[in-house]
Design a protein around this ligand. Structure first.
Ligand code: FE
Length: 206
């Protein structure tokens, strides 16, 4: 029999292994699927990227905090009660000369405490390999074309050390509150696949 039908109704091997593991652990009474759902939902909706956006907004507003974040991101972030699973954090600041991009080439290490759950593309092999080989091309696919003379620095996350990109503060945001500033900071801007949103009027994104 030919094998050219598609397998849309089947799980990919990784998802199938996860499903099998979950079934066994549930049957043995070792986990409660509803408890797992709560954890996932917490990271998706409560701990989402808003934590990171508040860190960035505070750094934009408070030079002392920005300096602390630069020197010891783990402590500066923990001071806002955002803590992860014990990994260290490093904040990498975008400048006029350098743009920062975060990847985990090995698997999918991601700063959960500030960004919540990683997007699907972050975990996908094409992003993980190409972010290192051709960061400029990857950014263009995200719709971000940087000036040719701007350096791109790629940071490879590990289980022990994870990165938060601090995008440049948009022009025209003088006098904005931290709350308003945080509204300009997307998850992608803190991974480095986007910039902070442009400022519109009355403290809103353009
Ligand atoms: Fe990883």
């Amino acid at each position: 029999m030919s094998h050219d039908h598609d397998h849309d109704n089947e799980l990919d091997p990784f998802a199938a292994r996860v499903r099998a593991l979950e079934t066994i652990l549930t049957e043995k009474g070792l986990i409660d699927p509803s408890a797992i759902d709560v954890i996932v939902e917490t990271y998706e909706t409560k701990i989402g990227p808003r934590n990171g956006a508040r860190v960035v907004a505070k750094a934009w507003s408070d030079p002392t905090y920005a300096d602390w974040l630069k020197r010891d991101a783990t402590a500066a972030i923990a001071s806002m009660s955002y803590t992860g699973q014990g990994e260290h954090m490093q904040a990498v600041f975008n400048t006029e000369d350098t743009h920062n991009l975060v990847v985990c080439t090995l698997c999918s290490c991601y700063p959960w405490s500030v960004l919540g759950l990683p997007p699907v593309w972050y975990k996908a092999p094409p992003y993980r390999s190409r972010a290192v080989i051709d960061p400029r091309g990857v950014l263009e696919e995200f719709g971000l074309t940087l000036p040719k003379d701007k350096k791109i620095r790629v940071w490879d996350s590990t289980a022990e050390l994870r990165y938060l990109v601090v995008p440049m503060r948009p022009e025209g945001t003088e006098g904005w509150s931290e709350e308003q500033l945080a509204g300009l900071v997307s998850r992608d801007a803190m991974i480095g696949t986007a910039l902070a949103k442009k400022a519109g009027i009355k403290g809103q994104p353009a």
